[in-house]
Design a protein around this ligand. Structure first.
Ligand code: ADP
Ligand code: MG
Length: 167
């Protein structure tokens, strides 16, 4: 059994209903159990800004699928929810990204884990931290992500100084 975190986003149609629907479809997959869900956040679009606001959330799942099989399932959900892949970073009824999958690392165009843009996306990091906050013993991710958020909130924990110049 593997633990994975998925980011869900919708900015077309009934956005909240789309999120609920996607979660139900995840639960309907026999090898997936939805364990935790974050709050829903309304966020400004990133990249291509002339489009409606998104609703975003993160869910934690347990799954017996491999990362590649999980991607197949999440893409099925995206297309069943009517996503039109017209424009990269454009509007979509449902975007499901695999953020983390245990300690797995992948670097294919088809599948990169951890998700390469998660660190710069508040709409991923904030709901992810919310799930970590409410869970003890999520040690590895928690430490990494908390350190990251300490650094970026300007707290005095985390990075001590800028990288020294190479002499
Ligand atoms: P984004 O989610 O970055 O806004 P898309 O959803 O349009 O962009 O991404 C499309 C492609 O990204 C998919 O065809 C998929 O194969 C690839 N991809 C690579 N890594 C991942 C990942 N971790 N989760 C989901 N899709 C991924
Ligand atoms: Mg995606």
């Amino acid at each position: 059994m593997s633990r994975s975190y998925l980011s869900l986003g919708s900015n077309l149609g009934n956005r909240e209903e789309n999120l609920t629907h996607a979660i139900r479809m995840l639960e309907d997959v026999e090898q997936i159990r939805v364990e935790k869900t974050s709050s829903i956040y309304q966020t400004e679009p990133v990249g291509y800004s002339n489009q409606p606001d998104f609703l975003n959330m993160v869910v934690r799942i347990d799954t017996e699928l491999s990362p590649e099989q999980l991607l197949d399932e999440t893409q099925k959900i995206e297309s069943e929810l009517g996503r039109v892949r017209a424009l990269r970073f454009g509007p979509r009824t449902m975007d499901v990204d695999i953020i983390l999958f245990e300690n797995e690392k992948r670097k294919d165009e088809k599948l990169t884990i951890p998700h390469p843009r998660m660190w710069e996306r508040a709409f991923v990091m904030i709901p992810l931290l919310e799930i970590f906050e409410n869970t003890s013993n999520e040690v590895f991710e928690c430490e990494t992500v908390r350190l990251y958020s300490d650094i970026h909130s300007g707290s005095n924990r985390g990075k001590l100084s800028e990288k020294p110049e190479n002499k």
